[in-house]
Write a protein that binds this ligand. Structure first.
Ligand code: FE
Length: 351
């Protein structure tokens, strides 16, 4: 009896403290952020958000696939308020799986171009891009003329036989690019283009974007695809080997005379089961402030998405990225075409 009294007293204390805790949490201004971005520059910006709003950020860091898997496992019990992912293909995947909820924000509507956000419905917009990166061509000027790599379409030109290098065709960076090319060319020509690229390969796809740049520098590849921030990192590097790589390659922003260079995004959306919805929207709006854009975009050698903001980054300037014509195909088409493009890749043998 004594024992059980003691036990129930202990339970009561535990319950009381749990109650107090729950209350404290409910009163606390918090934001649970699931992020696939891990840059120190982002952290400084998050601290500023907390200082100015009083909203504490609890972060769950994982890679994009890990975050999506975790959200699916947690379901309606998920504490996530904001989900931050890299690449439109991944944002589209999360969207298709119902992991976001639409929001309405006049601030975001005014700040971010519609083609860099999810397709707007009557309920609002699910995800928003907060930085862009361009997917460009790197080539060996000793083997390839600039005029032969002026467009993505030319990557399928037999002139480049045995020269093209890319990472896996199924990687989101490529899936997103290919989805917009297919949107532009149509299904038949789009698939023929993919087949042409495969026929021109110097080797089976492998490695990351930086490996493709190094492949061009080493002579294994004549032409490769990469996101701009990987080049900017090499430009900024103090290492002799990185300087040697950059001395051997040239950068082409493709399709300047036509559709513009493909750009992709890092972006975020409010989680479907967000408990702190207002804080989540406040955070999304904060990301569109010039201050946050400078950290979010410039910090990783990317471009701001907010209209009228210009990048001031010497490494980007050095590769001609300070002013170029960007593709304006809405990134929502990535969601629409992704599965179709993956099937095309399988048919043409693009690993
Ligand atoms: Fe990357």
């Amino acid at each position: 009896m004594k024992h059980s009294l003691k036990l129930s007293a202990a339970l009561a204390v535990a319950a009381a403290s749990l109650g107090a805790q729950t209350q404290a949490f409910a009163q606390d201004k918090v934001l649970n952020l699931y992020s696939a971005r891990h840059y120190q520059t982002d952290e400084v910006m998050y601290d500023t958000f907390t200082k100015t709003t009083g909203i504490k950020i609890n972060r769950v860091d994982a890679d994009d696939a890990g975050i999506i898997a975790r959200l699916r496992a947690e379901g309606a019990a998920s504490p996530a308020d904001v989900i931050m992912l890299v690449d439109a293909a991944r944002l589209a995947t999360a969207d298709t799986q119902g992991l976001f909820q639409p929001i309405k924000s006049a601030k975001l509507d005014a700040a971010i171009p519609a083609n860099l956000r999810a397709h707007a419905t009557a309920d609002g917009v699910t995800w928003t891009g907060f930085s862009t990166r361009a997917r460009v061509i790197v080539y060996d000027p000793a083997r390839v003329k600039a005029e032969d790599v002026a467009t993505y379409e030319q990557l399928a030109n037999p002139k480049l036989k045995g020269m093209v290098c890319t990472r896996s065709g199924s990687h989101p960076y490529n899936l997103s690019l290919f989805s917009t090319v297919v949107e532009r060319l149509g299904d038949q020509k789009g698939e023929a283009w993919l087949k042409g690229v495969v026929d021109n390969m110097a080797r089976a796809p492998k490695g990351g974007d930086t490996d493709q740049i190094k492949g061009v520098a080493s002579g294994e590849c004549g032409v490769a695809l990469t996101n701009t921030y990987y080049i900017a990192r090499l430009v900024k590097s103090d290492k002799a080997e990185d300087k040697a790589v950059m001395s051997k390659v040239k950068v082409m922003f493709p399709n300047q005379g036509t559709s513009g260079t493909h750009v992709n995004i890092a972006g975020a959306g409010v989680a479907k089961h967000a408990k702190n919805r207002d804080n989540a929207i406040a955070f999304m709006e904060f990301l569109s402030s010039p201050y946050a854009q400078d950290y979010f975009a410039n910090g990783n050698n990317e471009f701001p998405t907010v209209k009228g903001l210009k990048i001031d980054n010497p490494a980007i300037k050095a590769i001609g990225g300070d002013s170029f014509k960007a593709e304006t195909v809405p990134l929502g088409v990535v969601a629409k075409n992704m599965t179709k493009v993956q099937q095309m890749l399988d048919r043409v043998g693009y690993k």
